[in-house]
Design a protein around this ligand. Structure first.
Ligand SMILES: [Zn+2]
Length: 258
């Protein structure tokens, strides 16, 4: 694949939100230089859907996993073990812990997350991690089930600088910066995005969610990654092209097949 200008490291294009106009969405992404879109499965159906999407659209790379919201319906996860070994699959996830919504019991979330961290190690693929109000248990899980020489991204990073820096220092993970960095009141995130090691930052939309300003309230899409890139460039005091280039290099180290 030729060098993409921008890589959207976290999107959900498989859903009904895009069924009517996906081709137009992908054309707008291409027009602003988004050359790769990693689509993350959240259960068996959406994981299989991301593989089907990737078969139809070259720009889409699939990741397979079980979102913490759906941990209690993950079953024995034999399906995931099979899909994880598919050569087209670039990562395991999204997986992790979400104690904000608690849609699945926390002990089930922890078990399903641990199994995915172990599976990622077995198949030597990076992990896409979701963490919301579960920072302590995330660190404990990474200590127990993750080796520093593997690769992972804590997606939709909205934490403070100290937490991000601690994650990078101890586990050498990447941090996904998304639309939240464009929000006026996200001051702690502005500070984190300005100061965290640039070699560990990747860009993401998390679309259809997390729509950046000035489009808040509407459906998000990969083309809006350019707004996040521009805001990050402002915060770092660097040219937009330099942020685009560095975050793309980072994404290629994170997802080696990219
Ligand atoms: Zn997501």
């Amino acid at each position: 694949m030729s060098d993409p200008v921008l890589v959207d490291t976290h999107a959900h294009l498989d859903g009904a939100e895009y069924s009517a106009d996906l081709d137009a969405v992908l054309a707008r992404a291409a027009a602003v230089g988004v050359g790769v879109i990693v689509c993350a499965g959240q259960d068996e159906a959406t994981s299989r859907a991301t593989l089907e999407l990737a078969a139809r659209h070259k720009v889409v790379l699939p990741s397979v996993g079980v979102h913490p919201h759906l941990a209690s319906s993950a079953g024995d996860m034999g399906w995931l073990t099979g899909l994880a070994r598919d050569a087209r699959v670039v990562a395991i996830g999204e997986c992790g812990l979400d104690y904000h919504y608690d849609f699945s019991p926390r002990d089930v979330q922890r078990d399903v997350f641990a199994r995915q961290l172990e599976l990622a190690g077995e198949v030597s693929k990076p992990v896409i991690i979701h963490c919301r109000e579960s920072e302590d248990d995330l660190v404990e899980h990474l200590r127990r089930y993750y080796a520093r020489d593997r690769r992972a991204v804590v997606h939709c990073f909205t934490g403070a600088y100290d937490f991000g820096k601690a994650l990078v220092d101890e586990f050498d993970v990447y941090l996904g910066i998304g639309g939240a960095v464009t929000f006026k009141k996200a001051e702690a995130l502005h500070d984190a995005a300005a100061r965290l090691p640039l070699e560990r930052i990747v860009l993401e939309t998390d679309c259809p969610y997390m729509t950046p300003a000035p489009h808040r309230g509407k459906r998000n899409e990969p083309a809006h990654l350019a707004l996040t890139c521009t805001r990050l460039a402002e915060l770092r005091g660097l040219p937009v092209e330099s942020i685009a280039r560095t975050t793309t290099e980072n994404a290629r180290r994170l997802f080696p097949g990219l």
